[in-house]
Design a binder for this molecule. Structure first.
Ligand code: NAI
Ligand code: 15L
Length: 267
């Protein structure tokens, strides 16, 4: 049995469909009701990540928790992000500890969004969050580190780039992750015999990728898709904002930026 949080969201609902189709038995949960018919063999229960008792019960008997629930951007500001994403991760890891479950966490490229685009990052490079949302993803990766070191709870932390049906701007030639590559990555994260605490760049095989080495060998996963087929169509489709185009996090990094735009940020 696999517990999937955020199951009614954009990525969660697609993952629920794709993982059920390859034979995983799913327990789905979200704050909102599930859109449409439940996938074959799946059950759904509404729950708020603030409700630790519900999540302890939902995780019982689950070998993996796929954690895709929470706020997916900076828009609501610090307090809602702290509640849903930071306190919510404590809820998830306590449930995982009690059930000895592996956590597969939907982290984000915004954990490293203030790295400049010219750097090709390894997963061992320092984090540089580009907002409170990115900071909540750094917290998620590091609570995984703590629960592995202290309690032996494994986690696969996927720094998802831009997961959508197809790339739609020039930045996504670097950051795009196809939904099919995401589903195969999650399946590999569930079935890998041993992961410890792992960080994976959640991007398809994009030649223009900002990202390089990571822990994917532990999973035996390689992306099959690529954004390159859209290169000619999207190469000029930029924001026009020099800050957004300079940093990996794009518009997330540019929002509220108040330093001198010509100043060099030290790595
Ligand atoms: P989404 O907003 O469509 O899905 C998130 C789901 O979490 C929603 O259905 C929402 O109802 C649920 N949720 C929010 N607060 C909750 C709470 N307190 N208790 C229980 N459920 C709650 O977002 P999307 O795009 O599907 O993203 C899923 C995850 O993947 C998020 O954690 C996001 O940060 C991460 N991610 C997504 C990327 C993308 O390209 N879509 C890129 C990087 C990371
Ligand atoms: C994210 O973390 C967001 O959840 C998603 O909506 C996109 O903005 C994505 O990053 C991105 O950077 O393209």
């Amino acid at each position: 049995m696999i517990l999937l949080t955020g199951a009614s969201g954009r990525l969660g609902s697609v993952l629920a469909r794709d993982l059920a189709a390859v034979g995983f038995t799913l327990r789905l949960t979200d704050l909102k009701s599930y859109p449409g018919l439940l996938p074959q063999g799946a059950v759904f229960e509404t729950a708020d990540l603030a409700d630790a008792d519900s999540f302890a019960r939902l995780a019982e008997g689950c070998r993996t928790i796929l954690h895709f629930g929470g706020i997916p951007n900076d828009n609501p500001g610090f307090a809602p992000i702290a509640a849903a994403n930071i306190a919510g991760l404590h809820t998830i890891y306590e449930a995982a500890r009690r059930s000895s479950a592996r956590v597969v966490f939907a982290s984000s490229n915004h954990a490293v969004g203030f790295h400049e685009r010219r750097a090709r990052l390894s997963s061992t490079d320092p984090t540089r969050p580009d907002g409170f949302y990115g900071l909540s993803k750094v917290f998620g990766e590091q609570i995984g580190r703590l629960y592995w070191d202290k309690h032996g709870i494994e986690s696969v932390n996927i720094r998802i780039g831009s997961c959508c049906p197809q790339p739609t701007d020039a930045r996504m030639l670097s950051t795009w992750l196809s939904p099919a590559d995401l589903a195969r990555l999650c399946a590999a994260a569930i079935t890998a015999p041993h992961t410890g605490w792992a960080i994976i760049w959640g991007a398809s095989a994009n030649p223009a990728s900002f990202w390089g080495e990571d822990d994917r060998a532990l999973l035996g996963w390689q992306p099959a898709d690529s954004a390159d087929g859209w290169r000619a169509a999207l190469a000029g489709k930029v924001t026009g904002d020099p800050i957004a185009e300079r940093f990996q996090g794009g518009v997330f990094a540019a929002r509220g930026y108040s330093r001198n735009p010509t100043e060099t940020t030290r790595s």
